[in-house]
Design a binder for this molecule. Structure first.
Ligand code: BMP
Length: 258
C-alpha cells in the first residue's frame, strides 16, 4: 500500500497527470515539504517563495489574504514555480454547490483555475462540486485535495465523514489527487496525503491549531507531504528553516520505506 511504496514507484499506479508529476518531483528533488506562504502582501509571498523554492515540492497560498493582489501575482509566482520546480496549491477550501464553487474557481478577481495546480475542497456539499470544478479546469493539469480531517481543536469531522470523503475521491480519481488529513486516511498509492499542523517550535497557536513534528506526521501518522506555515514564515531564516523541515520530513519518509 501507500505507506510502503516510494514516491517514484507510486507514479505507475495512477494516470492522474498532476499526481504523477508531483510524485516524480518529490522523488527527484528529494523533498516532501509544502510551505504555507501565509503572508499579507504579494511581495512578501513572492520573496518567501523564492527563498524556500529550492526546498519544497509545493507552495500553498491563501490568495484572498493578500492585500494587494493583482493578476501580476500569479504570473510571478508561476515563474518562481518553474524556476525552482515546485507546484502551487490554492487553499481555498471550496464548499458550496458545484455551480457556485465552479464560478469562484474559474472567475472573479483571482481566477484560481488559471494558475493553481491544486485547490483544496470540502467534500461536504457532495461530488457535484468535484465534477463542476473539473469541468472548469478545461483540460489543464489540475486537481483537488479533499479535506478529510482538520488539525484544529474541536474539529467536527467524525470518522464516518472521513470515510465518505475517501469514497468520494475513489469515485473521482481523474480530479481528486488526495487528502488534507491528520492520519493515514487511505492506503491507496494513487492518493497523496498532506498533513498541516506541523511545527518544531510550537505545540499550539492559541486559536485551535495543534502541532506535531515532521517525524510524527510522516512516520506515525502516515503523511506523504507535511505542510508548514509559521514554522517557516516566522523563522529568522526561512530558507534554513525550510531546509530543516524538508530534511526531517524526507528522512522520516525514507525511514518509513525500510
Ligand atoms: P501554520 O503551520 O502556520 O499553523 O499554518 C498551517 C496552514 O495549513 C494554514 O495555511 C492553514 O490554513 C492550513 N490548514 C491547517 O492548518 N489545518 C487544516 O486542517 C487544514 C489546513 O488547510
Amino acid at each position: 500500500g501507500r505507506l510502503s511504496m516510494s514516491f517514484g514507484d507510486r507514479v505507475a499506479t495512477t494516470s492522474q497527470p498532476l499526481v504523477r508529476r508531483l510524485l516524480r518531483l518529490m522523488e527527484e528533488k528529494r523533498t516532501n515539504l509544502c510551505v504555507a506562504a501565509d503572508l499579507g502582501t504579494a511581495r512578501d509571498v513572492l520573496q518567501l517563495a523564492d527563498k524556500v523554492g529550492p526546498h519544497i515540492c509545493l507552495l500553498k497560498t491563501h490568495v484572498d489574504s493578500i492585500s494587494d493582489f493583482t493578476a501580476e501575482f500569479p504570473k510571478q509566482l508561476t515563474e518562481l514555480a518553474e524556476r525552482h520546480n515546485f507546484l502551487i496549491c490554492e487553499d481555498r477550501k471550496y464548499g458550496d454547490i458545484g455551480s457556485t464553487s465552479a464560478d469562484q474557481y474559474s472567475s472573479g478577481l483571482f481566477s484560481v483555475s488559471s494558475w493553481a495546480h491544486l485547490v483544496t475542497v470540502h467534500a461536504l456539499p457532495g461530488d457535484g462540486q468535484l465534477t463542476a470544478l473539473s469541468d472548469r479546469a478545461a483540460g489543464a493539469e489540475r486537481g483537488a485535495l479533499l479535506v478529510a480531517e482538520m488539525s484544529s481543536k474541536g474539529c467536527l469531522v467524525q470518522p464516518a465523514y472521513t470515510a465518505a470523503v475517501v469514497k468520494m475521491a475513489e469515485a473521482h480519481p481523474y480530479f481528486a489527487c488526495g487528502f488534507i488529513a491528520q492520519s493515514s486516511v487511505s492506503s491507496d498509492p494513487r492518493f497523496l496525503v498532506l498533513t498541516p499542523g506541523v511545527s518544531l517550535v510550537s505545540t499550539a497557536d492559541g486559536h485551535g491549531q495543534q502541532y506535531s513534528s515532521p517525524e510524527r506526521a510522516v512516520g506515525e501518522r502516515g503523511a506523504d507531504v507535511v505542510i508548514v506555515g509559521r514554522g517557516v514564515t516566522r523563522a529568522e531564516d526561512p530558507a534554513a528553516a525550510a531546509r530543516e523541515y524538508a530534511q526531517r520530513a524526507f528522512s522520516a519518509y525514507l525511514q518509513r520505506l525500510k
